[in-house]
Design a protein around this ligand. Structure first.
Ligand SMILES: *Cc1c(COP(=O)(O)O)cnc(C)c1O
Length: 539
């Protein structure tokens, strides 16, 4: 939390100071609450030490003290609340969160789609929810079978030979895939097939930041490939950069500009001819699942973000999952644990001895709850439903692009080099339409909050000036898309008419205004400090 946040939060529960630019405080309230939106201080501010929701009798005097002199001498000073106060505290805080179950969440490159309730119901079945990762294997063969069934679907949908189920996020999957590539190249070098160690990885400049971070983490240098004017990479540039020092390319397809890299097969061939591997960032697999198989496109490794493509919940500090599919060439280097099937029996191989596995990514065999939800999603949709989800996601993005292109500025031409180039799952705009208005992408996004929309992804991908990346996903209805479009048009026209007061101080209605997220991330204040008494007095 930034200092600003901390200060703001310390202020809650008191009437806010009217501010000339804040329309919402034209009617300041005594409590600082806004209608039925109740302000909520920190637990440290509302709670008190020693208060709890339960009464526990004072323990009997114990005859022999077995704490070996380690008795606590003071109270631990934890702040507590009664049970009804606890409920209110957390419910009020939760109301300050925006959620996919509240309204459209158009973050691009995130695929914030509906998390079906059936997933939740199945994941809560006691036989699935109550297993423990340290149970003996023979008592959890059903759970292993669930993971295996999901694994088989993912391999089938991607057309790939093998899979690692244990990585816990997209970025973690990138690490897994790149470590498999590193292991394969090391084996080749040790066998004398390669005479030189490969030290570099090609990454297009439109890539997600996790790609170069992963490459560097595994020990490679990054060679940046530029994005051409139409938003894709040029195979000529890649061929020119390929040599015996290149270990791999990390390419996202569909890419972060929301475009299909149409030269992907030519690129894959060139990469393989140069003795390198093709890592595909599969974060945008939602747009092509059921329609195209990465295995047919020459991919060697690709992560699948279950929370993007297969409807498991995003964020919130909960567990993620990023299984990685691997080609024949990389299969044997996959991390442990992996599943071995003998007839009807499935067993987990837990140790690397006698295998070529590069090692272990996580303590256990993946996130059971997420695997169960993803499988529930796949089985409830079926192969045709999965394909339809991809098609609807692409249709919705193109609908938004078509309806906004006269008031906002699409980042790329629909026609390029004789190709018709529809968007895939995302509509990408530049800030050109805000030129000379005094309004930035950030101001525009903040004004969306006042209208009840979570902003789209801003300033990413970096190759587009003032980028606004909108991904509606397949799970929005036409009515919901139309309301979003009407709102965006209204905001864009307002901006063009230089109605800056709608933007520059926005959001006016949000409980928190413009937080310094960068400062909060770089210098988090993780310890609550009691406010100084003189500060109280000065108010
Ligand atoms: C989301 C995303 C990632 C990272 O995935 P996480 O699950 O957030 O770690 C990587 N690349 C792209 C293109 C993404 O959109």
């Amino acid at each position: 939390m930034s200092e600003q946040t901390a200060n703001k939060m310390n202020n809650v529960g008191r009437p806010s100071t009217p501010n000339s630019t804040e329309q919402a405080t034209d009617h300041p309230t005594f409590t600082g609450n806004k209608a039925l939106q109740i302000n909520e201080p920190l637990l440290y501010e509302v709670g008190s030490i020693g208060q709890t929701g339960v009464d526990i009798a004072t323990p009997r005097q114990i005859k022999t003290n077995r704490l070996g002199g380690l008795d606590r001498l003071q109270t631990i000073g934890l702040y507590g609340l009664s049970e009804p106060e606890t409920m209110r505290h957390y419910v009020r805080l939760s109301q300050k969160n925006f959620a996919i179950d509240m309204a459209m969440y158009p973050l691009g490159s995130c695929t914030m789609k509906h998390n079906p309730r059936i997933n939740e119901k199945i994941a809560r079945l006691p036989g699935l929810a109550d297993v423990h990762p340290l149970q003996p294997q023979q008592t959890v063969s059903g759970a292993i079978e669930v993971i295996e069934t999901l694994a088989e679907w993912l391999m089938k949908l991607t057309g790939m030979a093998a899979i690692a189920m244990s990585p816990k996020a997209g970025a973690h999957g990138e690490l897994c895939g790149m470590m498999a590539i590193e292991a394969a190249l090391r084996a080749r070098y040790e066998q004398g097939v390669d005479t030189k160690k490969r030290t570099k990885v090609l990454i297009p400049e439109s890539a997600h930041g996790t790609n170069p971070a992963t490459a560097v983490f595994v020990g490679y240098q990054v060679v940046t490939i530029k994005t051409r004017d139409d938003g894709t990479v040029d195979p000529k540039d890649i061929k020119a950069a390929l040599n015996d020092e290149i270990a791999a390319i990390m390419l996202t397809n569909p890419n972060t500009c929301g475009l299909f890299e149409r030269d992907i097969m030519e690129i894959a061939d060139a990469v393989h001819d140069a003795g390198a591997f093709f890592y595909c960032d599969g974060a945008n697999f939602n747009a092509i699942m059921g329609r195209a198989k990465p295995g047919d496109l020459g991919v060697d490794a690709m992560h699948i973000n279950l929370h993007k493509t297969f409807s498991t919940p995003h964020g919130g500090g909960g567990p993620g999952a990023g299984p990685v599919v691997l080609s024949e060439a990389l299969a044997k280097f996959a991390p442990v644990p992996f599943v071995k099937r003998q007839g009807d029996r499935v067993t987990l191989v837990e140790h690397t001895e006698g295998t070529d596995s590069f090692g272990r990514m996580t303590a256990f065999h993946g996130q059971m709850g997420m695997n169960t939800r993803a499988l529930a999603y796949i089985l409830s949709h079926g192969q045709d439903g999965i394909k339809q989800a991809a098609e609807d996601a692409v249709l919705n993005a193109n609908y938004i692009k078509a309806k906004l292109k006269d008031v906002m500025t699409p980042a790329f031409e629909e026609q390029s080099a004789g190709f018709k180039r529809p968007a895939m799952h995302e509509a990408l705009f530049t800030d050109d339409f805000l030129k000379n208005t005094g309004i930035t992408t950030l101001d525009f996004a903040k004004a969306m909050i006042d209208e009840g929309f979570h902003p789209m992804t801003m300033y990413f991908p970096l190759v587009v000036h003032g980028a606004m990346l909108i991904e509606p996903t397949e799970s929005e209805s036409k009515a919901s898309l139309d309301l979003f479009i009407a709102t965006m048009r209204d905001l864009a026209l307002s901006a063009k008419n230089k109605q800056t007061n709608r933007f520059l101080g926005a959001p006016f209605h949000a409980p928190m205004k413009r937080l310094d997220e960068t400062l909060a991330a770089r210098k988090p204040i993780l310890k609550w400090q009691k406010p100084q008494p003189q500060a109280e007095a000065a108010e």
